[in-house]
Write a protein that binds this ligand. Structure first.
Ligand code: GDP
Ligand code: MG
Length: 163
């Protein structure tokens, strides 16, 4: 059984972009029940010989009319229940938000390793924005740009070290 890496975070931080970057073309969308828009999005990934399964929790129930908070709660619960490593993704351009703190509070009590990932960091100047995320109390933030593929290797090193 391969380790499971779950990506959580509020909407629009770049979860799907990171997922697609890491997964490449190996994405499988599994429909649980016909007629129900509940798609779980998994991808088989590999880094330095370590195989793992990545889950884009934000891809679950994309058309739900639930309020954002209850969606985030469900996504956090899936990560806590299934994952061997949780990636909490935040947006380094927008800075820390109340919703980031909500997600952090949902997952911080689990014994599952959590890696704090600051996305949308494309320049040295923007990298200064990562410091405020120490306030989430989840350790050292790792800066990446999912879109431009920056910092992904360092992130995946940290992921496979956590298995
Ligand atoms: P999700 O809702 O968390 O899955 O976020 P998405 O992956 O759909 O991305 C939300 C928006 O952020 C999109 O417009 C992306 O193009 C943008 N985005 C994602 N990653 C990056 C990044 O590394 N840098 C920048 N500048 N924008 C990004
Ligand atoms: Mg998404």
């Amino acid at each position: 059984q391969k380790p499971i890496v779950a990506v959580v975070g509020r909407p629009n931080v770049g979860k799907s972009t990171l997922f697609n970057k890491v997964a490449g073309s190996r994405i499988s969308i599994v429909e649980d029940t016909p007629g129900v828009t509940r798609d779980r999005i998994f991808a088989d990934c590999e880094w330095l010989g370590h195989k793992f399964t990545m889950i884009d929790t934000g891809g679950i129930e994309p058309f739900s009319k639930d309020i954002i908070l209850s969606q985030m709660r469900r996504q956090a619960q899936i990560a806590i229940d299934m994952a061997d490593v949780i990636l909490l993704l935040v947006d380094g351009r927008e800075g820390m938000t109340a919703a980031d703190l909500e997600v952090a509070n949902m997952i911080r009590k689990t014994s599952t390793p959590i890696i704090l990932v600051v996305n949308k960091i494309e320049t040295k100047e923007l990298d200064r924005n990562s410091f405020e995320f120490y306030n989430l109390g989840l350790g050292d933030p790792i800066s990446i740009s999912a879109e431009q593929g920056l910092g992904i290797g360092d992130l995946l090193d940290k992921v496979v070290e956590s298995f």
